[in-house]
Design a protein around this ligand. Structure first.
Ligand SMILES: Cc1cc2nc3c(=O)[nH]c(=O)nc-3n(C[C@H](O)[C@H](O)[C@H](O)COP(=O)(O)OP(=O)(O)OC[C@H]3O[C@@H](n4cnc5c(N)ncnc54)[C@H](O)[C@@H]3O)c2cc1C
Length: 314
């Protein structure tokens, strides 16, 4: 088997990986991006991105992903789609990157941009109405629900904070939680209970998301205490039952935080020389397209410097 030698391997073609690819290839580094699905990352599932600069009328997630891909390819980055990276192994100063199809690449530096996967409910209607009323991101989609009724599923800090954020737009926010008390910290709970727009749906779990074929119209809730089912009529369902960073690939090589996010320094370095990370897989606070893109650029810049420093020290 031939092992292809490259400068920079980027794992994941979301906003972080594609921006890293743009910076790396534009600096004439041989750059390969490995993407297990189609390029674009999480945003390809969303109808409208309204908070990425340069698009005053918004842009569909799929189109934004497509534009980022084309721009990286324009400068010579190779995007390998349906290429699932299954291992990253150090080999002296380099890394062997192995895909599920058995292809191997030897890279001088690796940027992990594998993102994160929001936990799914697994109920009927969830997949069908994703991006059409079902969302995992209040910061992204909240403004679309001005004067509408929405529900938030979850009971931790993220769920309650997002419910409070949604009250800035929605006329009513149902907070659906499987237990009869929240897990969120007390001061956040107090703010939530004091907000007249929030109505608690205690001891209930969603069993179905309903719609009219084009958008969400309601959610069916089952009681965990034997009460009758309830149908909430609403316009949007926000799911905050946890998020899973896709950091397994480099877990053994570098430091992760308690929740599994890759710890990086300000410039995207991990604790392993030559190994960088960017975007939602990292422990950075704001998880958005613009921050992922910015961190991708920083990681590529540092990876290029690292490769240059290796040449100089030979
Ligand atoms: C429904 C929804 C709507 C959103 N709307 C907005 C919005 O309007 N504005 C905004 O700023 N943000 C929005 N976000 C958040 C934004 O999409 C993310 O913050 C951003 O996509 C993170 O980029 P990333 O490149 O770090 O990771 P991701 O976008 O998660 O991309 C990671 C990529 O890595 C690939 N991958 C993972 N593991 C492997 C592997 N082993 N081998 C190969 N490939 C792999 C994945 O398939 C994926 O394509 C939204 C998120 C969701 C879920």
């Amino acid at each position: 088997m031939t092992v292809e030698q490259i400068d920079i391997a980027i794992i994941g073609a979301g906003p972080a990986g594609l921006t890293a690819a743009l910076y790396a290839s534009r600096a004439r580094a041989s750059t390969v991006v490995f993407e297990r699905g189609i390029p674009g990352g999480q945003i390809v599932t969303t109808d409208r991105v309204e908070n990425y600069p340069g698009f005053p009328n918004g842009v569909s997630g799929a189109e934004l992903g497509d534009l980022m891909t084309k721009q990286a390819e324009e400068f010579g980055a190779i995007i390998r789609t349906f290429a699932d990276v299954v291992a990253i192994e150090p080999a002296d100063l380099d890394f062997v990157v192995r895909t599920g199809d058995g292809d191997e690449f030897l890279a001088k530096a690796v940027i992990l941009a594998t993102g994160a996967v929001p936990r799914k409910l697994g109920v009927p209607g969830e997949a069908e109405y994703t991006g059409r009323g079902v969302s995992w991101c209040a910061t992204c989609d909240g403004a679309l629900y001005r004067d509408k009724t929405v529900c938030v599923i979850g009971g931790g800090d993220a769920a309650v904070e997002e419910a409070l954020f949604l009250t800035k737009f929605a006329k009513k926010v149902h907070l659906v939680h499987r237990r009869d008390e929240l897990r969120a910290t007390k001061c956040i709970q107090e703010k939530c209970f004091a907000n007249e727009k929030v109505e608690m749906q205690w001891s209930r779990v969603p069993t179905e998301i309903r719609g009219d074929g084009s958008r969400v119209t309601g959610v069916l809730l089952k009681s965990t205490k034997g009460e009758p089912d309830a149908l909430l009529e609403l316009d949007g369902v926000f799911i905050f039952t946890g998020i899973h960073p896709a950091s397994e690939l480099i877990g053994p090589l570098t430091e992760l935080d308690e929740a599994g996010y890759v710890r990086i320094d300000h410039d995207g370095r991990t604790s392993w020389p030559g190994l960088y990370a960017a975007g939602d897989v990292t422990d950075s606070e704001l998880k958005q397209v613009i921050t992922a893109a910015a961190k991708g650029a920083s990681a590529a810049f540092e990876a290029l410097r690292y490769i240059d420093s290796r040449v100089c020290s030979i």
